[in-house]
Design a protein around this ligand. Structure first.
Ligand SMILES: O=C(O)[C@H](O)[C@@H](O)[C@H](O)[C@H](O)CO
Ligand SMILES: [Zn+2]
Length: 301
């Protein structure tokens, strides 16, 4: 049953140019996220409502927790460690060295502590870019990198099934949510298939997260919504519309991971659209979904 008590609130009118990679940090009751073109990693304290930010030297496309303290982030084409206290960045590995126009896009840590992230060509406008330039990688805890496949357009949302046997992945311009068999021991993926094809009004699939019932939540860029999918039946179970079109990603957080946080973008909107959607680029909190999420995994290296 879909509960009718769903409430949507803009908790931070931060005006991100392109907000992405929301991650809940339980230890600090905070939401981490990035603003990709602004080259910022941000941390919003849900209790004080204050925001701290670290500016880096290239577009930062994802951030994740690190077991040994601090964070990891994908900056330009580098996997990096980020020390929040002194704002220093240390490079752990570099990818796509032969592709000067590429940058990382979305990333997330797997249940064994590997940091997965894919690349794309830099956009000239939202979703306008040289195609097939991206690849999917993961950074293992010993800092070596494995490449899974290339020919990616816009590497985007990713997560793992609750039993860790399936890896879910979105290449945005395929308009599909895909699944692979996943071997948690080795980090290997196989047997790619589509579990959901987006409908026209859902627009472009972007960030994604799994809930505690094993269902997928996908943020729809230009679609102004998050959708809940059953990856087993391929059916859409729920649509939650937001007052902004360029919804980019979502994660669960808050008390017992019972709240959903959604990021979005302002870039690519004209003046008229920005007047209509003044909250574009803000951070949204959705409550009353009646389903919880799971904690994010920290990078183990
Ligand atoms: O947020 C991201 O993942 C990309 O970096 C964005 O640029 C959008 O996704 C893209 O423009 C639409 O697909
Ligand atoms: Zn994205």
């Amino acid at each position: 049953m879909i509960m009718s008590s769903v409430k949507i609130e803009c908790v931070l009118p931060e005006n991100c140019r392109c907000g992405e990679s929301p991650v809940w940090e339980e230890a600090s009751n905070s939401l981490l996220f990035v603003d990709i073109p602004a080259k910022k990693v941000c941390r919003w304290d849900s209790l004080s409502k204050g925001v701290q930010q670290v500016t880096v030297d290239a577009p930062v496309s994802s951030v994740a927790l690190r077991q040994s303290g601090g964070y990891v982030a994908t900056i330009g084409t580098k996997f990096c460690a980020l020390n929040w206290e002194d704002q220093s960045v240390a490079v752990l590995a570099t990818v796509d060295k032969d592709k000067k126009n590429n940058r990382f896009n979305d990333g997330k840590v797997d249940p064994a502590g590997r940091y997965f992230a894919g690349t794309m060509a830099e956009e000239t406008a939202p979703a306008v870019l040289e195609r097939h330039q991206g690849s999917l990688y993961s950074l293992f805890p010993d800092h070596h990198v494995e490449k899974y496949f290339d020919q990616v357009d816009i590497s985007n949302g990713l997560d793992w099934s609750l039993d860790h046997k399936i890896f879910y992945y979105i290449d945005s311009l395929s308009y599909s949510v895909d699944a692979f068999d996943y071997d948690l021991q080795t980090g290997k993926i196989s047997n790619r298939r589509s579990v959901y094809k987006l409908e026209k009004e859902e627009q472009i699939p972007d960030g994604m997260c799994i809930d505690a019932e094993g269902k997928l939540w996908v943020a729809c860029y230009n679609g102004g919504r998050v959708i809940r999918l059953d990856p087993e039946t391929g059916k859409r179970l729920q649509t939650v519309k937001l007052p902004v079109d360029k919804t980019t990603s979502c994660c669960f957080g808050g008390k017992d991971y019972s709240e959903m946080y959604v990021t979005c973008a302002r870039d690519g909107m004209d003046a008229e659209k920005l007047l209509q959607q003044p909250q574009a680029g803000g951070i949204f909190k959705i409550t009353g979904l009646g389903v919880k999420g799971i904690p994010p995994y920290p990078y183990a290296g």
